[in-house]
Design a protein around this ligand. Structure first.
Ligand code: 5GP
Length: 203
């Protein structure tokens, strides 16, 4: 898809991601979607820029001071969002770095795709109670990653402006879990159901 051919207004930006998911996303089974050719392994910068602009447009009046994401697949769209909002990007680390020291917030998260757990880490000096944070992630499935990010940010007494998701699998419980806790979720693409080779979107 040559994005330079498009004259894109706000609404069409996300149609582009929808088209991309339908054209290049690979449904492995009823639960897992591979997006290796444009998000997870190869990254399309122009698409990420549009995604970032759409999140920024959506959350522009929310007083966001920082964008946060979990390494690594969320970094590209989250960086573009932070750039469009002109705020810093916090990358929540999946393993504690040796150079990070005592002043760290940590929480355990269970990985949906790998079935394993990891310790999410954020250095204390990078966040404060003054911060109002927008969380961006590539997928929303069971909501474990987003809930972990929320826990971590709250440990620093910062507040959550909302959660921005590229691809929500709406047949899984993530959105409901986050909304039950009172969080606002904006997903650019919502998948109604999947099966091997089949992807059905919520229009
Ligand atoms: P959750 O924590 O909401 O259960 O899962 C979200 C995380 O798992 C995302 O950060 C993403 O990395 C990964 N994930 C969940 N579902 C999928 C999927 O269908 N495809 C891919 N590529 N990653 C997924």
């Amino acid at each position: 898809m040559d994005l330079s051919e498009y004259h894109i207004n706000e609404e069409d930006k996300m149609k582009l991601l929808q088209e991309k998911v339908l054209a290049d996303g690979i449904a492995i089974n009823e639960n897992i979607l591979k997006v290796d050719s444009f998000i997870n392994h190869q990254v399309e910068p122009e698409l990420m820029k549009l995604i970032g602009e759409d999140f920024a447009e959506h959350f522009k009046d929310k007083g966001i001071t920082k964008v946060a994401t979990i390494e690594s697949s969320g970094i590209a769209p989250a960086l573009m969002t932070a750039a469009a909002l002109q705020v810093p990007l916090l990358v929540l680390k999946k393993s504690p770095s040796k150079v990070l020291n005592e002043n760290m917030y940590q929480t355990i998260v269970t990985s949906y795709t790998k079935g394993t757990s990891y310790e999410l880490t954020l250095a204390g000096h990078l966040i404060s109670e003054e911060d109002h944070v927008l969380i961006i992630d590539d997928f929303l499935a069971n909501g474990e990653a987003a809930t972990g990010a929320i826990r971590l940010i709250r440990k620093a007494h910062a507040t959550i402006a909302g959660i921005g998701i590229l691809i929500e699998k709406s047949f899984q419980p993530g959105r409901a879990k986050l909304e039950e806790q009172g969080f606002y979720v904006y997903s650019q693409v919502r998948i109604k159901k999947m099966d091997k080779g089949v992807i059905e979107l919520i229009p």
